[in-house]
Design a protein around this ligand. Sequence first.
Ligand SMILES: Cc1cc2nc3c(=O)[nH]c(=O)nc-3n(C[C@H](O)[C@H](O)[C@H](O)COP(=O)(O)OP(=O)(O)OC[C@H]3O[C@@H](n4cnc5c(N)ncnc54)[C@H](O)[C@@H]3O)c2cc1C
Length: 424
Amino acid sequence: MDVHKIVIIGAGFAGLRTALELEKRCARMKSCEILLIDRRAEHLYTPLLYEVSSGELQASNRSCSGDLKSGVCVRFDAYVNIVKKKHIRFRRAEVTGIDREEQVVLLSGGERISYNDLVIAMGVEVATFGIPGVAEYALPMKTLSDAFAIRDRLHGFVQGYIDGKEKHLSIIVVGGGATGVEFAAESANFFARLASTGVLKSADYSVTLLEAAQNILPVFSESVRAVALHRLKELGVTIQVQTKLDEVKKGRVFVTGKLGMPSEYPSDVAVWTAGVKPMAAGKAWGLPTDERGSIQIERSFVVVGEKHIFALGDCVMFKHPKTKTPVPALAQVAVREAGVVAENIVRQLERKLPVTWSPPERWAVVVPMGGKYAIADFGKFHLSGTLGFFVRKIADLFYFLSILPPLEAWKFWRQGADVYAKND
Ligand SMILES: Cc1cc2nc3c(=O)[nH]c(=O)nc-3n(C[C@H](O)[C@H](O)[C@H](O)COP(=O)(O)OP(=O)(O)OC[C@H]3O[C@@H](n4cnc5c(N)ncnc54)[C@H](O)[C@@H]3O)c2cc1C
């Protein structure tokens, strides 16, 4: 019997869930093999990344082992043994190209892997918009190693302060979206804890959040924004809106503020959360992309002009059929899309018409804001403070339950919760 080979590029939220959804439908394909290829060794749970960037764990613990793995990443080698899915295999490798004629994926070592159906779920990369010094002197917040790099810098400065080599610590966070707000709140909370135990004087640190638009959290409602602003001020974060970053240099950032006034700020640690862009690979591999670089897809998630290549997650832009606005780049969106992709791969084999997706117009989002405080925005209403924090924790648990057996999910969630409670 011919085995139907499905190759998935990227084992993040979209790719991993597509594999799990395909596994559920394997009987309908008679015989199938699902190969997940990722250049990373682990599946990263980004919603808790901010906990790593201010975590009080061993500075040398950079790998995904030890305490830190407990909350944010699931190693693929361990995962295979835990979930024991018969048809799913993992391969750690960098995909460098695809040969659409031959239906082959090219790996960095020169190896060629054939497929019957290909799923592209490779996410996005950091965009600096050509602002001088961002790539050199600002730290992004996208991957596990980014979070460690930020954490190392924060701890390095605190150590320097304790040793008397540093007098003042200035943190600049660029970008007032959810990631920037989370990180600003978390780092301010981190310093407040140090101040409360006498390690640092309150006057000796500052956290400043810069946002080019009129407001922080621009896609959130006025009431959610008001709660967030209040919380940030309570934590001592200085917020500068309508402030455009012009340049980052070692130890300083240069901006244009309201009314076009240029100014500058000291910056011991500059964190860049203001932009991502689709992977350049989409275009380089000859796939149709829009002006931003997102892979163009039909409503069935098949790539425009292709029959056996599907794409989903952050690397595509799916416009809501009613509102015509793009669905947000969120993990929860990516996992919902995965079910449609898996179903359509199987339906194509069954010679049935594809299903199309009608996403909700609003998505519930939780923004953690330092310590046991979060804002859970459900659209019509929101919960903030400890209640919001519990919603975050429950959402985390539900995610782990969706990718791991119940007992393993519980253990994983508990370990993470215990480790990160030390941050609060
Ligand atoms: C700090 C932070 C916090 C966030 N918080 C939330 C939140 O609270 N809630 C929420 O819903 N969303 C959140 N998000 C957004 C969420 O992480 C993304 O929407 C989600 O990761 C998109 O899933 P994806 O599968 O498309 O991409 P990813 O999860 O990024 O997965 C892409 C995978 O592809 C792999 N890959 C890429 N190119 C190649 C290649 N050439 N070869 C091999 N492998 C490759 C990458 O290694 C990666 O594992 C957050 C994001 C960040 C950065």
